[in-house]
Design a binder for this molecule. Structure first.
Ligand SMILES: [Cu+2]
Length: 160
């Protein structure tokens, strides 16, 4: 009498639910003090809570990137694209703050906690303001939604 071989059934329970996408967050590289990076950070990957504004300084004009201003922190990136030294200063309800003197081709950042009202934006280098390096921004009344929870809903359309 032969004993039939038993068939063993191996059930491979393969579940597909185990794949977890590991998103490696490429953190911002530390800035070394040597060579000055000239490439501005891509605006789409900014995770900072501060809003980003670009201020291009030329001889003798200040060009701000299009922006609607609300109370809160803003980081101004001042780029000196002129042929002489410039700087950027903001003067308004929150006080005034300025960058250091920028040599041609240099850039720096200036973080300002904007408050409601009008700010004068100009170059504090001698005479440059009168030569045309001045503009102004108006900070609207509606705070950022994450700023104050109990603030009333802003009117539609931003009225700007
Ligand atoms: Cu200037």
């Amino acid at each position: 009498m032969t004993i039939p071989s038993t068939r063993r059934r191996v059930l491979l329970g393969l579940t597909t639910g185990g794949l977890v996408g590991l998103l490696a967050a490429c953190g911002g590289g530390t800035t070394t003090g040597g060579a000055a990076p000239t490439a501005p950070p891509p605006a789409t990957s900014v995770s900072s809570s501060a809003n980003q504004v670009t201020a291009v300084l030329t001889d003798f004009h200040i060009q701000l990137s299009p922006q609607t201003y609300h109370p809160g922190p803003y980081t101004f990136t001042a780029e000196n694209k002129g042929h002489t030294e410039h700087a950027l200063e903001l003067d308004g309800p929150g006080g005034n703050s300025r960058t250091g003197i920028l040599q041609p081709g240099r850039s720096t950042t200036l973080t300002v906690n904007l408050k409601s009202g009008t700010y004068q934006v100009f170059c504090p280098v001698d005479g440059h303001k009168d030569l045309g390096m001045k503009t102004q921004i108006t900070v609207g009344g509606a705070p950022a939604p994450t700023d104050r929870v109990n603030a009333p809903a802003p009117p539609p359309g931003n009225g700007y």
